[in-house]
Design a protein around this ligand. Structure first.
Ligand code: PSU
Ligand code: MN
Length: 302
């Protein structure tokens, strides 16, 4: 048995050179509230299939890293209290034979290991505010520096230090492409305060850039930053207030390490009467639409 279990559906698509889009599972287990999380997870996969692309949701099940989940496996990730497993946790959950939901970092890592080249998520992890003292920087950033996968995200959440996150991506030589935008998006908001150096206007341009990266022998990931359409973004005033509240509560409750992101997300979901959740689901769906286009363009090119 190989190290990573690949579902038949994903294996067939890989063998036949058909387009595939990877999905993470921490967004299901820790990023979205029950029971919306299971409905959302199924919806993400359906949207990919309707586009003629094969979905590959990634997770660790009873110690086995798995690329491509069955419906009952999706249900387990949504319903059970599984661990949040970033890259450093993978050997641990495997060794212990337990289940874990994969973050952007570990999803990128496992998907790339089996040859999946495109990945859709909501928002990347990044450098947290106050990181110069706390050192809290998501492994999503450093893992993307050495994992050749293209991740479509709505930027990073404004709970993070967006400026520092962009600086770290630059240092680590990870290209950041604005998808039909010149400005880095801020997850629930279409725009942050930060302009981007590069913009692309269609999926085939991204595929060309992937091919050039490969030709150079580089193994960096590529971040495609895709803003939620302005008419669907969260009201900025409510957003700013809610964010301050969530961050202050996390600090006063002494939340640390990998609990910070899930804590802040669930605080915001609970206190925003569903508004932030609706935007969150919309933006993932927009990211999936772009990722399926890129996956098809990639197949067409290679
Ligand atoms: N963005 C979301 N929902 C999430 C996350 C990000 O919209 O659930 C998750 C992703 O799995 C991301 C992780 O990889 O949070 C980052 O966690 P940390 O900051 O602990 O690295
Ligand atoms: Mn962290």
């Amino acid at each position: 048995m190989s190290l990573v279990h690949v579902s038949d559906e994903v294996q067939d698509a890989l063998s036949e050179g058909r387009p595939i889009v990877a999905l993470e599972s921490t967004i299901i287990s820790h990023g979205l509230p029950r029971p919306n999380n299971l409905t959302a997870a199924r919806g993400f996969e359906d949207q990919i299939r309707v586009a003629g692309v094969t979905p590959a949701t990634v997770a660790v099940l009873d110690g086995v890293p798995t690329v491509g989940l069955s419906d009952s496996q999706l249900e387990r990730i949504a319903d059970e209290d599984v661990a949040k497993a970033s890259v450093r946790d993978l050997p641990i959950v495997m060794g212990k034979g337990i289940s874990g939901a994969t973050t952007v970092a570990s999803t990128a890592s496992l998907a790339s290991l089996v040859g999946v080249r495109v990945f859709a998520t909501g928002g990347l992890g990044g450098v947290h505010r106050g990181a110069s003292e706390s050192f809290d920087e998501s492994a999503d950033i450093s893992v993307l520096a050495s994992t050749p996968i293209t991740v479509v995200s709505a930027g990073v959440k404004s709970i993070l230090d967006i400026s520092a996150t962009l600086e770290r991506l630059e240092t680590l030589s990870v290209p950041v492409l604005g998808y039909r935008t010149n400005i880095f998006p801020a997850f629930w908001l279409s725009e942050s305060d930060y302009p981007l150096d590069w913009r692309v206007d269609d999926a085939s341009e991204v595929a060309q850039i992937m091919q050039s990266r490969d030709a150079l022998g580089y193994r960096h990931g590529i971040v495609v930053a895709n803003p939620v359409p302005r008419e669907q973004q969260w009201d900025p005033t409510t957003h700013d207030r809610m964010l301050e509240e969530a961050l202050a509560t996390a600090t006063s409750e002494g939340i640390r390490g990998k609990d910070v992101t899930p804590f802040v997300l669930s605080y915001i979901v609970e206190h925003s009467r569903g508004e932030s959740l609706a935007v969150n689901l919309d933006l993932v769906s927009h990211n999936i639409a772009v990722a399926t286009d890129i996956a098809k363009a990639w197949v067409a090119l290679s």
